[in-house]
Ligand binder design. Sequence first.
Ligand code: T46
Length: 133
Amino acid sequence: MMMNKRKIIRFKDIGDVRGGLISLEEEENIPFIIKRVYFLYNPNTEMSRGFHAHKKLEQVVVCLKGKCRFILDDGIERISYELNKPTEGLYIGNNEWREMHDFSDDCVLAVIASEKYDESDYIRDYKTFKSNV
Ligand code: T46
């Protein structure tokens, strides 16, 4: 079931004295069936990424190390989120323009996705995105 808005999901840390442990499970703390996981790491800290929306894809982004800033834009409002801890994930539904800025050089992002990679699901032109909302 599609959640209709971006939101921060707080994960329960089930770690102990040996260290932290977070477990992600589909349709539990991840609100969809997981079809793909990818990582963004070794960022070029001079550059931003993203600048697109998806027609269908839902994702949860978890910052495992370092930090970066996401901007989400639903065509009406733009909200900035700093991600800097593995105990929370940013849920991004479909039809959300996303930009990623201000990567720290040690930033590692894990992205949990509801669909396999499909270039035809991307809207990479902002005017086209705006005309669909
Ligand atoms: C998103 C943000 C958070 C693949 O072949 N398979 C994949 O699973 C992915 C994610 C990308 N690619 C190809 C597509 C492009 O030719 O790798 C290249 C770089 O992808 P892109 O420019 O879309 O990367 P970002 O960092 O701008 O966006 C990515 C995801 O593509 C996107 O879905 O929401 O991270």
